[in-house]
Ligand binder design. Structure first.
Ligand code: NDP
Length: 332
């Protein structure tokens, strides 16, 4: 059956300007790290993506290595894009990244060299079936490559018309400032920074939020739900269908699920209930409480989760008392 997006999808959607650029992103973006490889039926993938788009999510975040197997998320997304979403390409922001292991030999082992980044971008475009992506990221800082070379590769991607904007992921505050300066010399602004940020991981608050703001880049916070820990999923044990029990789910490690964290999640869940929110909704709203955060980059394994999570946008305000109480449980 032909997919027809909800005609009211933009009526109550929230968009935020990305740093000092002209681009706006939805306050909630959707990532395809998990659940979009070959182990998830395409119809399930479709139902999640369509729900997201119907709810005003226009930004879909990928990377060369998302799967499993690596590359399959781009292939599957490209397939759905071509079959069902081609007419909406100009309503979509599609991102990809390069920097982690992808193909054999020194150039496919990631990093930030021009060879690694630009070859990977060409491969991503091939898998996605696109002429260009909207945002191309250096997925990680690479101490073995001069940052100027990484900046050069990103700027070249823009000059070649293969990316409209560029970003960096998991860079420190200082490295963010450095690469932004190198990019500026090349007349390509750093659009956005993609770090981990959630109630259990607040490293960006030290200096990354300020550094990004200073250079005019937005922030898109990945794993705002701590991979599911900040939802009702693990409050009463580990369900069989949880990410930890699926291929590639080992990034959520046993130490993340230790009793102390579950206790904290339960306490935060009580605060969420008082606000009339689920824990997932509180966690997303909390990340977005800082206007320097452009977007919360969520994942989901079902359309129902997307629906619940997008409803976080109905209440993004916190009282000072609530924030102080949340702080008691939100330590790293
Ligand atoms: P989240 O923290 O949003 O975790 C998503 C997972 O939480 C889901 O897969 C699901 O787990 C669970 N979940 C979500 N909503 C609910 C709900 N309402 N109720 C119960 N459980 C829920 O983010 P991800 O870890 O998925 O990362 C999001 C995106 O961030 C990635 O897809 C990727 O685009 C990006 N990312 C970037 C990185 C980088 O290095 N730049 C690194 C990691 C992520 P389950 O599947 O068990 O149901």
């Amino acid at each position: 059956m032909t997919y027809r997006p909800d005609p009211e999808r933009y009526d109550s959607a929230h968009f935020r300007r990305v740093g000092r650029s002209g681009l706006k992103l939805p306050a909630i973006s959707f990532g395809l790290w998990h659940n979009f490889g070959d182990t998830t039926p395409l119809d399930t993938q479709r139902s999640i993506l369509f729900k997201a788009f119907d709810l005003g999510i226009t930004h879909f975040d990928l990377a060369n290595n998302y799967g499993p197997p690596a590359g399959s998320a781009e292939i599957n997304f490209g397939h759905i894009l071509k079959q069902d979403l081609a007419a909406y390409r100009d309503e979509l922001i599609i991102s990809t990244k390069a920097g982690w292991d992808m193909w054999p030999g020194p150039y496919g082992r990631g990093g930030g060299s021009k060879k690694a980044l630009l070859s990977s971008l060409d491969q991503s475009l091939g898998r996605l079936g696109l002429d260009y992506v909207d945002i191309f990221y250096s997925h990680r800082f690479d101490a073995e490559t001069p940052l100027e070379e990484t900046a050069d590769a990103l700027a070249q991607a823009v000059r070649q018309g293969k990316a409209l904007y560029v970003g960096v992921s998991s860079y420190s505050g200082n490295k963010t400032r450095e690469i932004a300066a190198f990019l500026k010399e090349r007349q390509v602004p750093l659009l956005i920074n993609q770090p981990a940020y959630n109630l259990f991981n607040r490293w960006v608050e030290k200096d990354l939020l300020a550094a990004s703001d200073d250079v005019g880049a937005g922030i898109i916070a990945f794993t705002p739900l701590a991979q599911g820990l900040l939802t009702n999923k693990y409050l009463n044990g580990v369900p069989q269908d949880a990410r930890v029990n699926r291929p590639g789910g080992d990034f959520l490690r046993p130490e993340h699920l230790k009793d102390e964290n579950i206790e904290r999640a339960r306490a935060l869940n009580e605060i969420a209930k008082r606000r009339g929110q689920s824990l997932a909704q509180l966690a997303i709203a909390w990340v977005l409480r800082d206007p320097r955060v452009t977007s919360a980059l969520i994942g989901a394994s079902s359309a129902r989760q997307v629906e619940e999570n997008v409803a976080a946008l109905n209440d993004l305000t916190f009282s000072a008392e609530e924030l102080a109480e949340i702080d008691r449980y939100a330590v790293e």
